[in-house]
Ligand binder design. Structure first.
Ligand SMILES: Cc1cc2nc3c(=O)[nH]c(=O)nc-3n(C[C@H](O)[C@H](O)[C@H](O)COP(=O)(O)O)c2cc1C
Length: 196
């Protein structure tokens, strides 16, 4: 079954040499080859302001430079985020993007009086987080409890209704030789083909 997939590249560095870009391209390539429809957002190429106030979050509008991106999030059935681990979590630029896009009215609705919980508005979507890092991936999982990823999964994506959120971690990326990288690219192509 063909799916609508949005690939979000959350790397602030626009250099084509970044591993994250190669992983994103491989995933998109695999997905398109299998007949899925893919759109891509590259955060490094977008200029958008930081969200600064609760007033803006609740009553403001999504900045013009992110309108198309917000529309793409609503369009997608599957979201693939790829980003490097920076200081234990996603780069600030990706968090700033999510603060702008995952707003009340767009991604969730505050509970009506008498209701207990916020309503998730992005239900029915799944996601994959692809994260590159300098440390070995098991160290991040076991010692750091994948805390940055847990925050993104539970605190943001599950909250707005996106479930399941799967993950792929690539560790010790600076030391990886060509064969290792080629294996990662192939793995991404396969996940893209399966749209998961
Ligand atoms: C500002 C910054 C912070 C980083 N913090 C971490 C970290 O907390 N843990 C880690 O394992 N690697 C860390 N790294 C290494 C990056 O995760 C690594 O360079 C990146 O995943 C490589 O992928 P890329 O080629 O797509 O940039 C950091 C790198 C930078 C530039």
């Amino acid at each position: 079954m063909s799916r609508r997939i949005l690939v979000v590249i959350g790397h602030p560095d626009p250099s084509p040499d970044r591993l994250c870009r190669a992983l994103a391209s491989a995933y998109a390539e695999g997905a398109e080859r299998a007949g899925h429809t893919v759109r891509k957002i590259d955060l490094a190429l977008l200029a958008f302001p930081m969200l600064r106030t609760m007033q803006e979050f609740e009553h403001g509008t999504i900045p013009d430079s992110l309108r198309e991106a917000a529309e793409a999030v609503a369009w997608a059935e599957h979201l693939m985020f790829v980003f490097p681990l920076w200081l234990g979590t996603m780069p600030a630029m990706l968090k700033a993007f999510l603060e702008q896009v995952m707003r009340p009215g767009t991604a969730f609705a505050y509970p009506e009086k008498g209701e207990g919980f916020a309503k998730s508005l992005l239900r029915g979507r799944s996601a994959r987080l692809v994260v590159t890092m300098g440390m070995p991936a098991p160290v991040y999982r076991i010692w750091f409890l994948s805390h940055g990823i847990a925050g993104m999964r539970r605190g943001i994506l599950n909250f707005v209704g996106v479930k399941p959120v799967r993950e792929t971690l690539f560790g010790m990326v600076a030391n990886a030789n060509d064969a290792k990288r080629a294996g990662w690219i192939k793995h991404m192509q396969k996940l893209g083909e399966r749209a998961i």
